[in-house]
Write a protein that binds this ligand. Structure first.
Ligand code: NAD
Length: 350
């Protein structure tokens, strides 16, 4: 295939390095993109996915690794941004020899890239990689790891919501606030529990009715259909399912005053940040408020301690507050304010 233009892509995104790894015996084809090591080793998950072609895989790994640089910088971590993709259908291709070959590939980068779980990979895969390399996080607690990051992500969202509430309504209290949690999976269900405990009035929507029923039974949340979720009149919409839900079609009809949730890449395109601002809706950028998971796994690098990791989640409240205040003061979108904050930290490190 035509590989000309790869350096142009790296220059355009500001990437440091891209490494291709293959092991014909097991079918491994992987790409690691290291966007930045300005703040430290590049941390980011391994996505295992059947891409249409190599170009699509390369675009994805470049885009995702750049996002990780900003996420880590905003989380206050001494880590850079990286990401990896394994090309292929995980159900068909996953095998111990393939993962071990991938682990040796990661190891050959000598710690410039540290991997973790992402779409298509799971904790058991990370445990297997650990047999070949120490440069892997998100391993199971039995191996000294931090386990499932979702509870930390949910707690980080609560900190972010306190900051948003203070900015928007003059008080950090969530008592009596209406919050709609869209997606009651690992993060969303933990979030519902925290919110109910703070006195918020919580409603839940999910394409899996059993998950909604569980939230109603366990926490007394109200059930909302997925169809009416985006237009429901509510103080806060917390997207905790899929990304790409805020776009030119949905934004004019949103019924919320604030968007603050964990779903990755909530905006359909960059212009959607301005569309939300024009409607007077406060958007707390997903890569700021969903940093609990990365803060939690980063603690593994220093020897995991749950209390220390939990204490560090409070940073998300400070960063969210700063991003919202900067955007208001500078007259920018919250996404521009977040990017500026990250870029300032990166520039200082360089
Ligand atoms: P999950 O798969 O456990 O839960 C997702 C939930 O969303 C499921 O209950 C699913 O039924 C529901 N859902 C899917 N499509 C939906 C739709 N169209 N409408 C309503 N509900 C729908 O995932 P998770 O780990 O809870 O992560 C949720 C989001 O947060 C994802 O976008 C993920 O990338 C992001 N995120 C997760 C973490 C983490 O620590 N798990 C960290 C950062 C970001």
């Amino acid at each position: 295939m035509n590989r000309s233009g790869v350096f142009d892509q790296l220059d355009a995104g500001g990437h440091e390095q891209v490494v291709w790894g293959a092991d014909p015996a097991t079918g491994l084809r992987a790409i690691v993109a290291i966007h930045s090591t300005a703040l430290g080793p590049a941390l980011g998950g391994t996505r295992f996915r059947a891409y249409a072609d190599e170009d699509e895989a390369l675009s994805d790994v470049l885009r995702l690794s750049r996002g990780m640089t900003y996420k880590a910088a905003l989380a206050g971590l001494d880590l850079g941004g990286g990401k990896a993709v394994i090309l292929g259908e995980p159900g068909a291709l996953r095998s111990e020899p393939l993962l071990r070959a991938y682990g040796r590939f990661i190891h050959s980068l000598a710690g410039r890239y540290i991997t973790a779980e992402d779409v298509g990979t799971e904790q058991a895969d990370m445990d297997l990689l650990r047999q070949e390399t120490p440069f892997v996080t998100g391993v199971s607690e039995l191996l000294g790891g931090s386990g499932d990051p979702s509870p930390a992500t949910a707690l980080g969202l609560v900190h972010a919501l306190h900051a948003v509430s203070e900015h928007q309504w003059g008080s950090p209290s969530l008592d009596g606030r209406q919050v709609l949690v869209l997606g009651a999976g690992k993060v969303g269900s933990a979030l519902v529990g925290h919110l109910v405990a703070t006195g918020a009035k919580v409603s839940v929507a999910d394409i899996q009715p059993a998950r909604v029923d569980a939230m109603v039974a366990r926490h007394g949340a109200s059930a909302v259909s997925v169809e009416e979720a985006l237009t429901l009149d509510t103080d806060v919409l917390a997207p905790c399912a899929l990304g790409g839900i805020l776009d030119a079609t949905t934004i004019p009809h949103l019924g919320c005053r604030v968007v603050c949730g964990s779903a990755n890449n909530q905006l359909g395109e960059p212009a959607d940040a301005a569309r939300l601002a024009d409607r007077g809706i406060v958007y707390a950028p997903d890569y700021v408020v969903s940093a609990g998971g990365i803060i939690n796994i980063a603690e593994e690098l220093a020897g995991y301690d749950r209390d220390r990791a939990t204490a560090k989640l409070t940073r998300i409240r400070l960063t969210t507050a700063q991003v919202l205040a900067d955007a208001a003061r500078l007259g920018t979108t919250t996404v521009e304010a977040a990017d500026r904050l990250a870029e300032r930290r990166l520039a200082a490190a360089r």
